[in-house]
Design a protein around this ligand. Structure first.
Ligand SMILES: N[C@@H](CCC(=O)N[C@@H](CS)C(=O)NCC(=O)O)C(=O)O
Length: 236
């Protein structure tokens, strides 16, 4: 296949939990584009050195190599304009807000809630790298950072604007999902795959939204293998 994406995997190759890779997976599915999702570990730096940087997702589309989830969404709209993700210039500028909202408002609460579950999902070869690099970034140990009670409280506060929007429409982007939804859904997929912790109550409009996201594009989100599937022996 001409199109491939390097995709973070965990201790089982079927565990694909990167929030950034999920943005691109939803975006490709939205456009109906096939892709081979190649398993990649944090320590497989050489495999993606050709991309000139050290993180996934890395999309290789024929002759083109594109990195950074947001830049990949822009690339897909440029090269495959049907079923736009981001829309016109103004819409694209607004979508950037959702990228930052997911990374700076939602991820901090989620990471405190699921960090030890993420650590449990990481490939054994990556454990030491993950611990060292994350502890350096957090300025404390993984165990100190992991604080579900605090994390859920942070997330609850951060979700207020999203609830407001989802009381108005089925998706952040309106009647149909678009880039805003996928940019945010990535962090929820990260939690769904690694952890069984319920991030929001079932009565929360965010819960209903994520259920709709999971069912999109043939259920690409719902069908993704979770740590819980592997531990219960129910992985497909
Ligand atoms: N800004 C990048 C961030 C990508 C990123 O941080 N990816 C993580 C996986 S979730 C990664 O590859 N980390 C490599 C490392 O920590 O060495 C994007 O949006 O794609």
């Amino acid at each position: 296949m001409a199109r491939k994406m390097f995709d973070l995997c965990g201790r089982d190759e079927r565990l694909r939990f990167s929030p950034y890779c999920w943005r691109v997976k939803f975006a490709l599915a939205h456009k109906g584009l096939d892709c081979d999702f190649l398993p990649w570990k944090f320590t497989d730096k050489e495999a993606i050195a050709f991309s000139g940087q050290s993180k996934v997702p890395v999309l290789v589309d024929g002759e083109e190599t594109v990195t950074d989830s947001y830049e990949i969404l822009r690339y897909l709209d440029r090269v495959y304009p049907e079923r736009p993700l981001l829309g016109d210039e103004t819409a694209e500028a607004r979508a950037r807000f959702f990228k930052h909202y997911a990374e700076r408002s939602l991820a901090p609460g989620i990471v405190r809630t699921i960090l030890m579950d993420v650590f449990n999902a990481v490939h054994p070869d990556d454990r030491e790298y993950f611990r060292t690099s994350r502890e350096k970034a957090f300025g404390c140990t993984l165990e100190e950072m992991h604080s579900p009670e605090q994390g859920l409280a942070m997330l609850d506060t951060a979700l207020a604007p999203m609830r407001g929007r989802l009381e108005e429409s089925a998706f952040l982007d309106g009647d149909e999902a678009g880039a805003a939804d996928y940019l945010v859904a990535g962090v929820f997929m990260w939690a769904r795959i690694c952890s069984t912790t319920e991030l929001v109550a079932h009565t929360d409009p965010v819960h209903a939204w994520f259920e709709r996201i999971l069912d999109l594009h043939g259920g690409v989100g719902r069908e993704a293998t979770r740590v819980a599937d592997i531990e219960s022996g129910h992985a497909g």
